[in-house]
Design a protein around this ligand. Sequence first.
Ligand code: HXC
Length: 259
Amino acid sequence: MSYENLIVEQKGMTQVITINRPKQLNALNKATIQELHEALDAADKDAQTGVIILTGSGEKSFVAGADIKEFADFDPAQGKDLAAQGQEKLFTFLQNLSTPVIAAVNGFALGGGLELAMAAHIRVASDNARMGLPEVSLGVIPGYGGTQRLAQLVGRGKAMEMVMTAGMIGAEEAQSWGLVNHVTTQEELMALAEKIAGKILNNSGNAIAAAIRAINANYEDGVDGYAKEVEEFGNCFGTPDFKEGTGAFIEKRKANFRS
Ligand code: HXC
């Protein structure tokens, strides 16, 4: 599958999806959101892909936000549609994938760009990364889940400040806030993301998918996360991965889930 705005590369069982609109600092226009939906859906369904790494092309930017030029003359109904469709197609969709997604934040992650990174399961950043939700400086608010996920990740007080000031923070600060898990140099960023991917790939894909569903359950209205955990835990029993994992422990060998 080839895309106009994405580069997709397979590295063993890790798929790297690079948003490739460097002249626009990888801003998310409608076409890119649609392509990301398709690429992520295909990767999630592909048995040969166990981890997805999402990054931006060029040295400067992960994603500098939604494409401002595309929505500058929208009316309220179109604005609502932009947010609703984007959330459904990409942001909520990504959060609920069975395949773990690591966002490798390699520069500006602003507005929809930070919202995209926050929808991913894990975030790592290069030391030149700059993160923020500058939407109120444009007269709007974050619309791709930012008001919810930022508060979940860093707490309400820091989220309020970041959104109200429209300011940016650097990678080190983002790490101290818990917004990104690790920071490294630009040169080492992909190697770090791939190293984390490698550790994930040692484990059961089936169990990882169940863990994603159980952890996400805490953030869904009307869902009892503890009950979801019990259900997902029970469903693991009897699966081939459960037999392999427990069998390998008892036989004192390394489990092989991915052959
Ligand atoms: C469209 C964008 C863009 C964006 C950058 N570009 N960000 N185009 N949408 N979000 C384009 C610029 O217009 C310019 O193209 C080119 O990329 C390079 O950008 P410069 O501004 O020249 O680069 P620089 O001076 O280095 O500044 C980098 C920057 C700045 C600080 C990241 O570009 C910036 O402030 N961008 C906007 C960030 C932002 O407000 N993001 C939130 C968007 S709203 P041309 O052709 O003009 O030279 C959002 C809402 C999400 O994300 C929710 C929706 C429902």
